[in-house]
Design a protein around this ligand. Structure first.
Ligand SMILES: Cc1cc2nc3c(=O)[nH]c(=O)nc-3n(C[C@H](O)[C@H](O)[C@H](O)COP(=O)(O)OP(=O)(O)OC[C@H]3O[C@@H](n4cnc5c(N)ncnc54)[C@H](O)[C@@H]3O)c2cc1C
Length: 449
């Protein structure tokens, strides 16, 4: 007998998970705290648009959605750097033809919900998970007007995001539950660049724009309506911080000094700056994710990460794909499926959490550094010449779904150490492609395997 499944959260991951399960013949109910975003104008959640890369696409491909989502995405082939002196530079993300995709969170979530319902999934909106009775596997949901509803099911997933109620219930009633939560000292605020006069994009559309300024940065991703959603990642407190930018004059002055080329593109800078929220960024690591054959956390509820590798959703989508493969492998034996799911995914989720923190420094600080650019050039050369031996860390994470995140972290650290040594060599810019140096690099790689 197939288990009947309940999922808390119809966000990106809960909706995709429901599709995977419904396709296998499971009866699936989702309970979602918010109203139906397809009928009411509500914010889709944490950011307006997202970078979708190969891991996420592979998971969508398995349910036949990748092509449809590609048509509503904008390819971003690399980073478009805006320096403080007004100069710009383009840094490709990978080889020719490799790119990430800018996609609207709301549209993607709505498409996933549509497909879930088509597969027979029932989504209950305005239903906020409040508590779980672990003995009977009954979950309770608060509804408008103080109403409650409950459901009993044999398998329950907590896909209710970074501040998961399912995780809290699990934690409170679990012996030896490990939990770690870490807020970075920067928050973020979203701003908009509208279309240019005439209706086109105001900047290069096929790129992720970055204004790296060491302790902070502004980024911009294109939308299909020809706008860009910009995100300012900026300290909460200190000399240059959200706390200090408390008048329109100070905001104007700060942008003039640091992002002068953006000012003419953002006619509503001040209105948006004071209207839009300043939000925080958290990493959550916890363990265990599961209870026997009847419960698991998944997506951000299990592993929230900061957005600097553009992988949170991609990682959550990969969770769904791996879980689906395990259902085949363990022939619907859910105690085996869930145990193996957490054994495989926990180290990978921890690895991408650490990689994402590290990429903040790379994006805000190193993308403007000539040494870093030289290092990237050398890495691209090595990757071209030795595609299996040397894969830049960014490419492993973003374009190589067959490489686990934990493996990408391990190999990335190894390559970084080799690069650090190489970059101290005199005249490295002229000798890096000599056979002597290449031989040295390859032997270092072998040493560390
Ligand atoms: C600024 C920013 C930028 C990002 N950019 C990227 C990116 O470029 N690429 C990328 O891959 N990832 C990105 N991410 C990460 C990505 O947003 C998350 O990893 C992704 O949304 C996780 O999906 P989820 O379904 O697990 O959680 P969520 O998307 O948070 O969905 C959780 C759902 O559960 C519902 N819910 C919450 N509590 C309850 C409750 N008690 N009962 C019932 N329902 C509940 C919520 O309403 C929501 O619908 C970014 C994150 C941020 C903050």
């Amino acid at each position: 007998m197939k288990k009947d499944v309940t999922i808390a959260g119809a966000g990106l991951v809960g909706s995709l998970l429901s599709i995977y399960l419904a396709r296998r013949g499971y009866t699936v109910n989702i309970f979602e705290r918010r109203p139906d975003m397809r009928k009411e104008a509500i914010s889709a959640g944490r950011s307006i648009n997202l970078a979708l890369s190969d891991r996420g696409l592979l998971a969508l491909e398995k349910v036949g959605l990748a092509d449809a989502i590609r048509t509503i995405s904008i390819p971003m082939h690399g980073r478009f750097i805006h320096n403080v002196d007004g100069s710009t530079a383009f840094q490709p993300y990978g080889k020719q033809g490799q790119y990430i995709n800018s996609v609207s969170r709301g549209t993607l979530n709505a498409r996933l919900m549509d497909l879930a319902e088509k597969q027979g999934v029932k989504i209950h909106f305005n239903s906020k998970l409040e508590s779980i009775d672990w003995d009977s596997m009954t979950t309770y949901y608060g509804m408008p007007d103080d109403q409650m509803q409950s459901i009993t099911s044999s398998l329950f997933f907590g896909a209710d995001g970074a501040f998961s109620a399912a995780r809290l219930e699990h934690q409170l009633k679990h012996d030896k539950f490990n939990y770690q939560q870490y807020y970075i000292d920067c928050g973020y605020k979203e701003l908009t660049i509208p279309p240019a006069e005439g209706g086109g994009f105001a900047m290069e559309k096929n790129a992720l724009h970055i204004w790296p300024r060491k302790d902070y940065m502004l980024i911009a991703l294109p939308n299909i309506d020809h706008t860009f959603t910009c995100t300012l990642f900026f300290p909460f407190d200190g000399e240059k911080s959200f706390a200090k930018l408390d008048t329109t004059e100070k905001v104007d002055q700060f942008f003039k000094e640091n992002f002068a080329d953006v000012i003419p593109l953002m006619p509503e800078l001040n209105e948006e700056f004071f209207r839009n929220p300043t939000s925080s960024l958290v990493t959550v690591k916890c363990y265990p994710w599961i209870r026997g054959d009847r419960f698991s956390l998944i997506g951000d509820a299990a592993h929230a990460i900061v957005p600097f590798f553009g992988q949170g959703m991609n990682c959550g989508f990969e969770d769904c794909r791996i879980l689906d493969e395990l259902i085949d492998q363990y022939n619907e034996d859910w105690s085996q499926i869930l145990e193996n799911f957490q054994q495989i995914r926990k180290p990978d989720a921890d690895a991408i959490a650490d990689l994402a923190i590290g990429n903040f420094t790379e994006m805000r600080e190193r993308t403007a550094d000539p040494q870093f650019l030289l290092q990237k050039k050398i890495e691209a050369y090595l990757h071209e010449k030795y595609p299996d031996e040397w894969i830049p860390a960014y490419s492993q994470v973003t374009f190589s779904p067959h490489i686990r995140y934990s493996e990408a972290l391990r190999r990335g650290l190894q390559q970084e150490a080799i690069m650090a040594e190489l970059m101290t060599m005199p005249y490295v810019d002229t000798i890096y492609h000599t056979s002597e140096i290449e031989h040295w690099i390859l032997s270092k790689l072998k040493d560390r395997h």
